[in-house]
Design a protein around this ligand. Structure first.
Ligand code: ADP
Length: 590
């Protein structure tokens, strides 16, 4: 699994938490507001429908009472009926005409007609318009007898909106009819662009409506669920939700008590929840703003947290490259400070350990060197013995000689041998000095020849021949000649020891440039070669196949650490019976 960075995780976590919290909050808030709004819209609809129905009931009853009264009284003073009608309906400006029908043997007969021409003129109407309307919508005289009061739509297309209120007198002998402007019925209702309040008759046709077109057309709304409920159901009031040409509506109804019809209040659902939707939209914008701000803050916070971590990481990289002792500034949050302090402590400890290791290593190199010196002791003694024999011999010859010129010659020979002995001892002394870590530019061939000078006599004494194949024109290497000499000396002495029982005893030391930038020094022998299990362990400290007291098992491991300190490598080749070759690869000085 790919691990994302700490900063990405912090930002991701904050983002997920915020988006989650905001989403839950928005859903809950919208739900609560919607439910609350829905409940209140139902209540308001029902309340408005009830109030308007009551008001219409009262208004209709008021006029119906007056009509009844008029039907009883209009004949008391003959010829005065019109004046009575005027004074009785003076306050009811919607009343445009009055008719009285009397019951006779064969049915009903109109006995009185009054038309308020002034009111008609103000509405740009004439008495003929009313006559036409009456003709088109005859008075429901029989129905009035049964119901007591009937309200009907008597509108006349194309532009006369009219309602007709009919009432029987108390004795049932007459029916009084008034033509009225429909606005009167809904005048009490403040018109709203959202809420639609209208009145339907007992068959579901529009009686009064804010849109007079609907009144004139006598729109039949009996199919509307709310109208069906209002006229057919048992309840006098109720609410309903339905669709009108794809638009969802929330509606309420209330029947007018005197039975003339029902009031309907209807509002599109979309309009009701407009505010809720707006609230959701704004809340969403607000949430997006808050989440974006929080993410920016999280990015900044993440950067603050991860910056010290990055510094820690960089310092660790520096330490891992071997630069112990580098420290980080101890800053940032407490946890990071603790890690920083621990890292610094580790870095200091590494310096201490590394110093200890270097000292131990130096001691190891030195002891290994002294062991090599021990191995060389026989050949050194042999080397020094030769000049000593010469010195003693020449000294004796000098004493016996009487010729001063001859004596001088012996002295010169004594001096030469003394120098030779001194040179051998100096060479050995220089090699056995404790290691200095100074590096300088060295010729690879010089290093080989220096090492050979130390051990060639020893090897000759063991019957080993040493051959060289030194390349010319090699670049210099950077190193410590004493240490590199120690490595080669060790390899050659090992080869000499390995060939003790071999019939052919030859060591070949060669130098070459196998590829650009590198120099190789090879030490090959004609000994028994390397068994696979020996080859694996050659460079491990204390690995030896020699008898106790003969080998320390440290020669090759020390050699490897010296070569690696020179940024080089050492490896061994050679199968059993095929001799062994040790190859040292060192970088050229660029
Ligand atoms: P030591 O010489 O004290 O044993 P070294 O680390 O120098 O320790 O060598 C480890 C072992 O590697 C030797 O004991 C020997 O078995 C093996 N070895 C080293 N050089 C050669 C060689 N030229 N041929 C065969 N075996 C070798």
């Amino acid at each position: 699994m790919v691990q994302s960075s700490l900063r990405t995780q912090i930002v991701g976590l904050v983002g997920i938490m915020l988006v989650g919290a905001m989403a839950v909050y928005l859903v809950l808030a919208t739900r609560v507001v919607s439910a609350d709004k829905e409940a209140s819209v139902y209540d308001v609809n029902a309340l408005v429908a009830g109030t308007v129905a009551q008001q219409i009931g009262r208004t209709v009853d008021g006029i119906a009472d007056k009509l009844r009264y008029f039907g009883q009284e209009y004949e008391i003073t003959p010829g005065d009926a019109e004046r009575r009608a005027r004074s009785l309906f003076d306050a009811d400006s919607a009343v445009l005409s009055l008719e009285v029908f009397k019951r006779t043997e064969g049915g009903f007969e109109r006995s009185f007609l009054f038309v308020d021409n002034r009111r008609l003129a103000a509405l740009n109407l004439t008495a003929d318009d009313l006559t036409e309307a009456r003709k088109r919508t005859p008075a429901p005289l029989d129905a009035v007898q049964q119901a007591g009061v009937v309200l009907q739509n008597a509108s006349l297309a194309p532009d006369l909106a009219l309602v007709r209120l009919s009432s029987t007198t108390a004795d049932g002998k007459a029916v009084v009819i008034a033509d009225l402007r429909p606005e009167w019925l809904l005048s009490a209702v403040a018109t709203s662009s959202v809420y639609k309040v209208f009145l339907v008759d007992r068959l579901g046709r529009v009686l009064a409506h804010p849109d007079s077109e609907q009144v004139i057309k006598r729109e039949d709304l009996s199919a509307l669920p709310v109208v069906k409920d209002a006229l057919g159901g048992k309840l006098a009031r109720g609410t309903e939700e339905y669709e009108v040409s794809g638009v969802s509506q929330v509606a309420a109804f209330a029947r007018v008590e005197n039975g003339v019809g029902a009031v309907i209040v209807q509002v599109p659902r979309d309009e009701v929840f407009k505010a809720t939707r707006e609230l959701s939209r704004r809340s969403l914008l607000f949430a997006v703003g808050v989440v974006s701000l929080a993410l920016v803050l999280a990015v900044l916070l993440g950067r603050r947290v991860t910056r010290p971590l990055r510094e820690l990481q960089e310092t660790l990289m520096v330490i891992s490259r071997g630069n112990f002792g580098v420290e980080v500034p101890v800053a940032g949050p407490s946890e990071i400070r603790a890690v920083g302090a621990a890292l610094n402590e580790m870095s200091r400890e590494l310096v201490r350990r590394s110093e200890q290791l270097q000292t131990t290593n130096a001691q190891l190199v030195q002891s290994e060197k002294l062991s090599a010196v021990g191995e060389l002791a026989a050949s050194v003694a042999h080397e020094v013995k030769n000049p000593m024999v010469g010195i003693v011999g020449f000294a004796q010859l000098g004493q016996e000689s009487t010729d001063p010129a001859e004596s001088l010659e012996y002295f010169k020979l004594i001096e030469q041998d003394a120098f030779r002995a001194n040179k051998i001892l100096q060479n050995l002394l220089e090699f056995s000095r404790p290691p200095e870590m100074e590096f300088e530019a060295l010729g690879p061939n010089d290093v080989v020849l220096g090492a050979m000078a130390l051990c060639v006599h020893q090897l000759q004494m063991q019957g080993v021949r040493v051959e060289t194949a030194l390349a010319t024109g090699l670049s210099s290497i950077r190193g410590n000649s004493n240490q590199l000499r120690q490595v080669l000396l060790n390899l050659m002495l090992n080869a000499g020891q390995a060939m003790e029982g071999s019939p052919r005893k030859l060591i070949t030391v060669s130098t070459s440039r196998p590829e650009a930038g590198f120099v190789e020094i090879k030490v090959g022998d004609t000994g028994p070669g390397l068994a696979a299990d020996v080859k694996d362990k050659l460079f491990k400290p204390f690995f030896t196949t020699k008898r106790r007291g003969q080998g320390t098992g440290l020669g090759l491991s020390v050699s490897r650490s010296i070569v690696e300190a020179h940024r080089g490598s050492i490896r061994a080749e050679g199968a059993p019976g095929a001799g062994a070759t040790f190859i040292i690869r060192l970088p050229e000085v660029s």
